[in-house]
Design a protein around this ligand. Structure first.
Ligand SMILES: C[S@@+](CC[C@H](N)C(=O)[O-])C[C@H]1O[C@@H](n2cnc3c(N)ncnc32)[C@H](O)[C@@H]1O
Length: 210
């Protein structure tokens, strides 16, 4: 379990080179500033940016095989979590950020430009209106209850899709409440940033009609 900001930095550094860590430093500074204009993350979390946000996002990489090809589809990216952090850490991986709120989309696009993330793009608008494509990975943090999340994103999944869904303290219960066929597809691993939080993990195609 990660305790404190310096452990969180060390944890994130496992996944990336110095240039990527520098990108996250810049992202952290910009996020703190932007948070004064729009409410991107809880104010109280700004002092623990690395543990609450960056390590919390980066840990998803431990659940996706290195050879996985993209695109990595992040639903309801908001402040950039986890999708923008993943894009900053993995410049060779194509990452698509879906976000419906205009101000947040503008923030994400500004950061993609400022950090020079040629591997990352936004789909500004509601997920329901985004044209389907086969996603290598689907992630979503604090986006929607699991049944709704799966219903809205099923059409992007294939037999090869990895699902990495940080779900906080409700993870096990949300999986338990899924219909049996879906329940068998998913399991929960403990988060390294919060001992009571879980990440819902799975592989494969979710049918659009459940
Ligand atoms: C609670 S925030 C979480 C943001 C970020 N993932 C995080 O963990 O900090 C949920 C985000 O999903 C976006 N959102 C909600 N419904 C959406 C939809 N149908 N399509 C695209 N974005 C959506 C919201 O605008 C919001 O930014």
């Amino acid at each position: 379990m990660i305790r404190g900001e310096s452990e969180a930095r060390e944890f994130v550094a496992r996944f990336a080179d110095a240039a990527a860590i520098e990108r996250l430093e810049r992202l952290g500074d910009a996020l703190a500033q932007e948070n004064e204009r729009q409410n991107l993350v809880a104010k109280a979390s700004l002092d623990s940016m690395w543990s609450r946000h960056f390590a919390d996002s980066a840990q998803l990489l431990d659940h996706v095989p290195r050879e996985t090809s993209g695109p990595w589809l992040d639903l309801g990216t908001g402040a950039g979590l986890p999708g923008l952090v993943i894009a900053a850490l993995c410049p060779d991986l194509e990452v698509v950020l879906v976000e419906s709120r205009k101000l947040r989309v503008a923030w994400l696009e500004r950061m993609i430009n400022e950090l020079g993330l040629a591997n990352c793009r936004t789909e500004g608008g509601r997920l329901e209106l985004v044209e389907s494509f086969p996603a290598g990975v689907i992630s979503a943090r604090a986006f929607a209850p699991l049944p709704k999340l799966l219903r809205l994103s099923a059409r992007f999944s294939t037999e090869r899709t990895h699902w990495v869904l940080p779900k906080g303290r409700s993870a096990a219960q949300e999986v338990q409440e899924l219909p049996k066929t879906l329940r068998n597809m998913f399991h929960v691993e403990q988060s390294v940033t919060d001992s009571e939080a879980g990440i819902v993990l799975g592989r494969g195609k979710v049918r659009e009609k459940q």
